[in-house]
Design a protein around this ligand. Structure first.
Ligand code: TYM
Length: 326
């Protein structure tokens, strides 16, 4: 199992329900590697001090959400140089055309029109390197990253075809509920860490009043029926959030609120989310007070990751003909 989150902003409940929540569930049954993708984060401009702070905060958040360093490997991507090395090699089998077609590249190029750097276009290749280094079978992500896992599969298959069996071909692991949380202000748009409208996203760090206020203000429709429908994207999104946090299905959530008014419904969603976030925030705060412990976790995580990554990288170097002595 392999996945990562970028330390590029305050995490939203989408990052939690689409990714981290599912990571926690898998750690007992799989050999899991979970990274903090700081090398991906710098494809858009980052303030260096802030990037450093967000990295350690994200490490604390991983633990606070229930990831156990005894059961899985938690590490910072840039501390394992094999990612950059394999990324370079994979660049030579990745085509410019296919990278230009990636939805995230197109979105980010629009959003950061003054900084369309090579890294932004190369982003999926580095992500493929992340995943393939660890010979992952599954990649737990939200729907927005599915395309990147698919290109990872394409690159793995292409490499295996050209140089002989080297990489395992991974599959995305996506749970229905919570895999695509939409903005509370525009339910046709994905909820995102970097949305400028602060009311659009619920952050994992938001306090109870803020969470409840944001849900109260969530854009819905002028109708009054609570049901799942493409014509009711705001209500469907709230039902989805509720289901993801309650651990029930979307249909169960719909049944529960049949006949309720929008006001009561929004309050119930807000309270459910706030109740779930409070213990995570508390634990994250406690962990951040013990930097030595966090550094130890990341250090042994990076050592572990390096060992696993090096095995794959050596194999790759051999296959492509890099000289390592006769
Ligand atoms: P990032 O940091 O944008 O998002 C982290 C994870 O959160 C999921 N996610 C969502 N899920 C549901 N609803 C949303 N609104 C929502 N927004 C984000 C994302 O799908 C993701 O799973 N490229 C990755 C980081 C990465 C990675 C990897 C992931 C780097 N290397 C290797 C998997 C494997 C990213 O940008 O995630």
């Amino acid at each position: 199992m392999y996945s990562a989150v970028q330390p590029s902003g305050n995490l939203t409940i989408g990052n939690f329900t689409g990714a981290i929540r599912n990571w926690v569930r898998m750690q007992n049954d799989f050999d899991c590697f979970y990274a903090i993708a700081d090398m991906h984060a710098i494809t858009v401009r980052q303030d260096p001090a802030l990037l450093r702070r967000r990295t350690i905060e994200l490490a604390a958040l991983y633990l606070a959400c229930g990831l156990d360093p005894e059961k899985c490997t938690l590490y910072v991507q840039s501390q394992v140089s094999a990612h950059a090395e394999l990324g370079w090699i994979l660049n030579t089998i990745a085509y410019v055309g296919e990278m230009e077609r990636m939805t995230q590249f197109k979105d980010k190029s629009q959003k950061h029109a003054d900084n369309i750097n090579m890294g932004l276009m190369d982003y999926p290749v580095l992500m493929a390197a992340d995943i393939l280094l660890y010979q992952a079978d599954y990649v737990p992500v939200g729907i927005d990253q599915k395309q990147h896992v698919e290109i990872t599969r394409d690159l793995a298959i292409r490499f295996n075809h050209r140089y002989g069996d080297t990489f395992r071909v991974p599959e995305p692991y996506i749970l229905k509920e919570g895999a695509k949380i939409m903005s509370l202000q525009d339910p046709m748009k994905k909820m995102s860490k970097s949305d400028e409208n602060l009311n659009a996203s619920v952050f994992l760090a938001d306090d109870r009043d803020t969470v409840i206020r944001k849900f109260k203000r969530a854009v819905t429709d002028s109708d009054s029926e609570i049901r799942i429908s493409d014509e009711k994207p705001g209500i469907t999104n709230l039902l989805n959030i509720y289901a993801a946090f309650k651990g029930c299905t979307l249909q169960d959530a719909e049944r529960e609120f049949q006949g309720s008014g929008y006001g009561d419904f929004k309050l119930a969603v807000g309270e459910t989310v706030a109740d779930a976030l409070a213990p995570v925030q508390e634990k994250q705060k406690r962990l951040l007070a013990d930097k030595a412990y966090l550094n130890d976790v990341l250090k042994s995580g990076a050592e572990n990751a390096f060992r696993a990554a090096r095995r794959t990288l050596s194999k790759v170097c051999r296959k492509i003909g890099f000289y390592r002595g006769e």
